[in-house]
Design a protein around this ligand. Structure first.
Ligand SMILES: *Cc1c(COP(=O)(O)O)cnc(C)c1O
Length: 384
């Protein structure tokens, strides 16, 4: 028999509907150059330090003296050490190597983590939401609660994503503490997705949930090099499962280790050498330069739209700008207007959940020239 939970998935037509509308527009207006502010993927190449490290690793594979076969399922210690030393120690967070599990990216772990959790668990997500949290749990037969804030009722598992996709919102230390306090009180588990951590600009915004006291007793953190260093196609990330974390009277670190050893044979040696290079002095500088480029795009878009009188949020500590549509205009109507009147592609907020209605998401991952031209077109549209 098949897993009938799949029948409970809501069909997601969001990106195919967008593509269909864009195709139709291009067919009608072959002369217009369409600019996408909807791209959810990075566009700048890998840092040079990563390229060089991966070339060296490939050469090691060519000789029997230095060849690597199966690596540790949990990831190589050279990378785990670099993670502990660079992503956690400087923030006053002590993470041991056996609390770090290197993976092929955060999306897989978002879903895979459910392997060690019962199908009876209730799941809370913040609406609007990255659809993977919802769909992977529906597939497992879990009941989903759409939340907008810390709930009154008990929920077993809470997914948090900050800086947020799609809204670009961040949590202050105080706001994050409210979630940790809830989880400690309710014995709930927080799955904290910090894929956009590298985009945080303000000093007072926490970079990891483990900066909050007590978080090691209630949270798992997911990290990804995809948006940090352009690894969307290269594939590498990691998950931190603290040894102090006990859920349903069971230490989850051991359970997750067992799961990974059984079902995962590790991320490639070459890729892990590439990821390690992100933490080299050159790597850090190159990553910073690319993020600065994207965040300058974000600033230009956000400030221009704001000056035009639009209500915008996000884009300060995240590569996403969340644009409120004018009064009475739906997400899709705004999408259509921007496409037809300005040849701009955005992402309708309602595609991320009911609370996204009345918004569109803009991303800062495009080229500078395109961002500037997009701003110009919005200004003309407003001026008419
Ligand atoms: C892009 C993204 C990720 C990264 O996923 P990978 O599988 O590591 O590429 C994770 N979470 C969110 C919310 C994202 O937008």
């Amino acid at each position: 028999m098949i897993n009938k939970n799949y029948f409970n998935l809501q069909s997601s037509y969001l990106f195919s509907d967008i593509a269909k509308k864009v195709r139709a527009f291009k067919a009608e207006h072959p002369d217009k150059r369409v600019i996408s502010l909807g791209i959810g993927d990075v566009t700048q190449p890998l840092p040079q330090a990563c390229i060089e490290a991966m070339h060296r690793a490939v050469d090691e594979m060519a000789s029997s003296d230095t060849f690597r076969g199966y690596g540790p399922e949990q990831g190589y210690d050279f990378l785990r050490q670099a993670i502990a030393d660079n992503d956690y120690a400087p923030r006053g967070v002590k993470i041991e190597l056996d609390e770090i599990f290197v993976s092929d990216g955060a999306k897989s772990d978002c879903g895979n983590i459910g392997d060690i959790l019962s199908a009876d668990c209730s799941v809370g997500v913040i609406d609007p939401v990255y659809p993977v949290y919802v769909d992977s749990n529906v597939m497992a037969g879990r009941h989903i609660h759409l939340l907008t804030t810390v709930p009154q009722e008990h929920i077993d598992i809470i997914y948090l994503c900050y800086p947020n996709n799609p809204t670009g919102a961040v949590l202050t230390r105080q706001q994050l503490k409210a979630w940790v306090d809830y989880a400690l009180r309710e014995h709930s588990l927080i799955i904290y997705d910090s894929a956009y951590e590298a985009y945080i600009q303000h000093d007072d915004i926490p970079h990891t949930i483990f900066e909050v006291e007590g978080a090691k007793q209630c949270a798992i953190e997911l990290r990804s090099y995809s948006k940090t260093a352009g690894f969307t196609g290269t594939r590498c990330g990691y998950t931190v499962v603290p040894k102090e974390l006990v859920f349903d009277n069971t230490p989850l670190n051991q359970l997750w280790n067992r799961r990974q050893c059984t079902k995962f044979n590790g991320c490639s040696y070459i890729t892990q050498r590439g990821a390690e290079a992100i933490y080299s002095p050159e790597g850090k500088q190159q990553v910073k330069a690319t993020i600065t480029y994207y965040m300058e795009n974000a600033r230009l878009i956000r400030e221009a739209l704001s000056q035009m009188g639009y209500e915008v949020s996000g884009g300060e500590d995240a590569p996403y700008i969340w644009l409120k549509t004018p009064q009475g205009v739906t997400s899709w109507q705004m999408f259509d207007t921007l496409l037809h009147e300005a040849a701009l592609v955005t992402t309708p907020g309602v595609g991320f959940g009911p609370s996204g209605e009345g918004y569109v998401r803009l991303t800062a991952f495009g080229r500078r020239e395109d961002c500037l031209e997009a701003i110009e077109r919005c200004a003309q549209l407003k001026g008419e």
